[in-house]
Design a protein around this ligand. Structure first.
Ligand code: UDP
Length: 478
C-alpha cells in the first residue's frame, strides 16, 4: 500500500460568508486567489500532514482547502504514512514543542534514523506528484523532515507549526534541535503565536496566523433543537426513545444529506443524560495535555464542594482505535476510564465517557456540533494548547467556555468577557468554583456566550485565514 494518500477536500463557496462578513472581505479573498492562480501558472499548492481526521489541523484543512478550491486555486492535500515507531517519535516531538517530556524517549541519532528513513519512503512517492515551482506547505513535525528533499526537487516549501510553548525549556530546546536539521533551509514558516517562534527562526522567516473555524462545516453549522436532540439520542448520549427520525439528520458540506446512525461505532461508558440536565462538555483527543482526568476530578470537586444543581459531565473524543497518528490514545482513554472507576458511584452516575465514530468525518463532526450546542458549559482544561479549535467552535455556538489560560487560548478568550480563563489549570478548586458560578449564574453565562460568538465572527472565521495565507504565498512566489 502506498504511504502517501490524497485527501479530497470538498469544494466550498466563499459566497456563504457575505452575510456574516460583508461583500468586501469575500471579494478581497477572491481577488487574492485569482492573483495567486496567475502567479502559479498551472502549479499546485500542496498541503502535507499525517492524518485526514482527528485533531485541529485536519479540521482546518478540510475547510480551508475547500474554500481555496472554490475560489479557483489548485490546492491539494496529501497525508503521509508511517510505522508506529515513526509516530512515537513525532508524538515525542509534539510534546517537546509544547514543553513537555512525553514518553521521555531519546531524540538521538537512532530516532533520526527512524524519522528520516520513514520520511524517505514517503518522499519517493511525493516526488512523483510534486513538480518544480509547486508550493508545498508542510504541517507540524510529522512531515517537517521532507523539506530538504522537496527543496532539492525545486518546490517552494513552507512549514506551518500548529503547536508551541510560550516559554522555552529543556524539552522545547530538544525538539527544535531535532527539527533544525530538516527545517533550517525553509525560508517561510508560520506559527500561531509570536511567542511560539523559536529564537533560531526569529530572523524574518516567521509569520503569524491564528487558526480559524468554518462556520458552515458540519462541525459548526447551525442546528435546530430538534436535530441536536435527535442526534444525541441516536448516539446514546441523551436518553429517551429516538425522536421520530428526522428525514435527514444533517447536510454534508457538498449539500448532500447525511445521517447519524444509532449503529455508529460509538463506545460509551456511563449513563445517558436527560434532555433537561445541563451538560458540562469537553471534546478532545485522548491526549494527556487535554487533561480529561483533571476535568473529571474538577467536576467531582464541584459536586462535592458546592450545592451543585443536577448536572452531568460528558468527556468525548475520537474512537482511539481509529486515529493512526496518535499512539497515546488508547492508554490515555484507559487512564481516564480508571479515574472514572475511582469516583464514587454518586459521581459516576453523572459522568459519561464517549468515543465518537471517526470513519465518516462529517458524521463525527455533526455529533461534536450537537454536543457542543447542547452543552451548558464547554470546558477546555488543557495543560498546553497551541490554539484550541474546540474553544473557538464552542464560542461560535455562543456557549460559555471555561478554559485554561495557556497558549493560544489566551488570545481566544478575554477573561470574564468572552469566556472564563483558568490562570492555573491544575487548581481544581478554582475550576470547580468557576463551573458552579457559570452553572448557576445563567445571565453571566449568556453574556459571555454572546460576546464569544461575536469575537469569533470578527477574528476567527476562515476568510481572514485564507487572506493571510494568500498574502504569504504571494510573497513566496513573487
Ligand atoms: N474533534 C473531533 N472529534 C473528536 C475530538 C476532537 O472532531 O472526537 C475535533 C475538535 O472538534 C476540533 C479538533 O478536533 O475541531 C481539535 O482541535 P484542537 O485545536 O482543539 O486540538 P488538537 O487536537 O489540534 O490538539
Amino acid at each position: 500500500m502506498r504511504l502517501v494518500q490524497e485527501v479530497h477536500a470538498q469544494i466550498r463557496s466563499l459566497e456563504r460568508f457575505v452575510p456574516l462578513l460583508g461583500q468586501a472581505a469575500v471579494d478581497e479573498a477572491r481577488t487574492l486567489a485569482r492573483g495567486l492562480s496567475e502567479q502559479l501558472a498551472g502549479g499546485v499548492i500542496w498541503n502535507v500532514n499525517s492524518t485526514a481526521v482527528g485533531g485541529g489541523v485536519a479540521e482546518m484543512l478540510h475547510s480551508l482547502l475547500g474554500y481555496a478550491r472554490g475560489a479557483g486555486l489548485d490546492v491539494r492535500w496529501l497525508t503521509i504514512g508511517g510505522s508506529p515507531d515513526f509516530f512515537r517519535i513525532t508524538k515525542r516531538l509534539h510534546h517537546a514543542l509544547h514543553g513537555e517530556r512525553g514518553d521521555g524517549s531519546p531524540l538521538d541519532e537512532a530516532a533520526h534514523e527512524v524519522y528520516a528513513s520513514n520520511l524517505c519512503r514517503n518522499a519517493v512517492e511525493l516526488r512523483e506528484l510534486v513538480r518544480p515551482g509547486d508550493v508545498v506547505l508542510l504541517h507540524d513535525p510529522q512531515p517537517a523532515g521532507l523539506a530538504p528533499t522537496l527543496l532539492a526537487a525545486g518546490a517552494r516549501v513552507l512549514w506551518r507549526c500548529h503547536i508551541g510553548a510560550d516559554e522555552t525549556n529543556e524539552d522545547v530546546e530538544r525538539g527544535w534541535h531535532f527539527l533544525a536539521r530538516y527545517l533550517d533551509g525553509v525560508r517561510t514558516m508560520i506559527f500561531s503565536r509570536e511567542t511560539y517562534v523559536p529564537a533560531r527562526y526569529r530572523d524574518g522567516r516567521a509569520s503569524i496566523i491564528q487558526p480559524s473555524i468554518d462556520a458552515f462545516s458540519a462541525k459548526n453549522i447551525d442546528l435546530d433543537e430538534h436535530t441536536v436532540r435527535s442526534i444525541l439520542v441516536h448516539v446514546g448520549i441523551l436518553e429517551g426513545p429516538p425522536p421520530p427520525s428526522p428525514r435527514y439528520a444533517f447536510v454534508r458540506s457538498d449539500d448532500t444529506p447525511g445521517r447519524v446512525e444509532r449503529s455508529a461505532d460509538i463506545i460509551r461508558l456511563g449513563r445517558a443524560s436527560a434532555w433537561e440536565t445541563p451538560l458540562v462538555v469537553q471534546v478532545s483527543r485522548w491526549d494527556p495535555l487535554k487533561d480529561m482526568i483533571g476535568v473529571l476530578r474538577g467536576f467531582s470537586t464541584m459536586v462535592h464542594n458546592h450545592a451543585a444543581p443536577e448536572v452531568d459531565l460528558v468527556l468525548a473524543g475520537p474512537n482511539v482505535r481509529a486515529v493512526a497518528d496518535d499512539p497515546e490514545g488508547p492508554a490515555v482513554f484507559e487512564a481516564v476510564y480508571r479515574a472514572f472507576l475511582e469516583q464514587p458511584p454518586a459521581i459516576r452516575a453523572h459522568v459519561h465517557l464517549a468515543m465518537l465514530p471517526t470513519a465518516d468525518v462529517e458524521e463525527n463532526a455533526v455529533i461534536v456540533n450537537a454536543l457542543q450546542r447542547h452543552a451548558a458549559i464547554v470546558v477546555q482544561k488543557s495543560l498546553h494548547e497551541g490554539f484550541g479549535l474546540t474553544v473557538t467552535e464552542a464560542m461560535w455556538k455562543a456557549r460559555p467556555v471555561i478554559a485554561s489560560a495557556v497558549g493560544g487560548i489566551q488570545d481566544q478568550i478575554e477573561d470574564g468577557v468572552s469566556g472564563v480563563l483558568l490562570r492555573d489549570p491544575n487548581d481544581l478548586d478554582t475550576f470547580a468554583g468557576e463551573l458552579h458560578r457559570v452553572l448557576v449564574d445563567r445571565a453571566f453565562a449568556e453574556r459571555i456566550g454572546a460576546a464569544a460568538r461575536e469575537r469569533v465572527r470578527e477574528r476567527f472565521l476562515g476568510v481572514r485565514h485564507l487572506i493571510q495565507y494568500g498574502e504569504i504565498f504571494g510573497r513566496l512566489i513573487a
